[in-house]
Design a protein. Sequence first.
Length: 120
Amino acid sequence: MSTLNVSNISDGTTSVGTGYVVNGSAKAWMARMSMSGTPSFGDSLNVSSLTDVAGGAVNPNWTNNFNSVNYAHHGSDGNFGKLNTDPNGQTVSQGRCYSYNASNSLTDTVVSTAAFGDLA
């Protein structure tokens, strides 16, 4: 494997330090994860599969593990706006997502998530 060692990346007009790109980019994300029936997702980065925990609860399984459990996992729920990610339930190999309806009961819906941190 080759190594590219640069301190900045430029598009010819604007330049940014590679530290911002490497440290500030999502290390995993899922677009349009459906929790209904057999969980599935439309597109992703670093997500190998989903584990259906219960109605409204899904664990994304990371293709490449995070360095520690101390990574930020966030998401959005387009239907009800109540998606929680659980930092106490996440491991280096999987995250945890809970989606709630307007009555604060777990419910299957469609969500998108992203995780930020260092990979192992």
